[in-house]
Design a protein around this ligand. Sequence first.
Ligand SMILES: *Cc1c(COP(=O)(O)O)cnc(C)c1O
Length: 389
Amino acid sequence: MPQKRIYMDHNATTPARPEVVEAMLPYFTKIFGNASGLYSFGIESKKALESSRETVADFLGAKPKEIIFTGSGTESDNLAIKGTAFANKSKGNHIITSSIEHAAVLNTCGYLEKNGFKVTYLPVDEYGIINPSDVKKAITKSTVLISIMYANNETGVIQPIREIGKIAAEKEVLFHTDAVQSVGKIPVHVNELNVDLLSMSGHKIYGPKGIGALYIKSGTRIEPIIHGGHHERNLRAGTENVALIAGLGKAVEIMKKQMEKEVKHIRGLRDNLWKKIKDKIEDVRLNGHPEFRVPNTLNVIFKYIESEAVIVDLDLKGIAVSGGSACSSKLSEPSHVLTAMGIDAASAQSTIRFSLGKDNTEKDIDDLMDVLPEIIKRLRKISPLYNKK
Ligand SMILES: *Cc1c(COP(=O)(O)O)cnc(C)c1O
């Protein structure tokens, strides 16, 4: 019998819900008209486009005209940061972000540094949390944007976005948050968070890959980064990908209904998994804040071993987990997030991220715990670090 595979890497991506796939299909074949067309083919596409926009806006507590569809969470981050930086260049050239952002934010800021902008990368404490007063202190007369993520993709740690938003508003500086990892896991309402811009992505919330959205508060000065036709209020040229947009709309619609129930289930599994790991395996440590974390993420140091070896061994058993971060796992460098939290390189290389999802079960946790203690034990036996202990 083929082995049942167990997926525990939902912060990297999630499977699209069957209802999402079904909602997309008509727009590839029957309702294929260009949404800018004046004929009925186009009007039907346009209807789907605007209906998804309303669904997403409603979910975030925004107005439909404040939602722009993009090609990914990465593109939403790029548009938010480059778009406001370029549009507000006459006001100043300073941007504040954090040292634990996703590459989509860090590398966009790095690009702006090469193009005349100055960027402050704020530190985090040992729990991976940014101090709002550091944000306040970093603001200068030339600060045009603050970009701080809502929840971290590696540790799940939640940032004090409300407080930072208040500071930004007081100082009249634009505030963007990358909420890709918080949407669907904790409440995300733009007005409560005091944000001007907010990024989200389809494939992290059981929607399709290759679709994202950016909330842009009315009146925010921003320029497009993709030039062409007049689509998306002149902010994102290119014929709208109606099928994927319909899929995102469906994912959000279902999430809104199911979130409470699913999150409760996932949190239970996650907390149980941590309890079992602590019970059965020695020399383990939780990375991130014990409380201020999204409910699905568990990031653990298994001292004296290499996370890559654990990932490969678990994969042989049909179980998918990741190391510090999906993006940096190919490079053999310690995670920038864990490093920023003051975690030494060896411990960062010994870190495994479990990110659970709605389809995980108690049996998945048991199956994992049937093999994990053995794997860790075996790897430690051959670890020079462990034997020196
Ligand atoms: C996945 C992710 C992104 C990128 O989203 P894509 O749609 O994959 O481009 C950005 N930020 C965070 C925090 C993420 O987890």
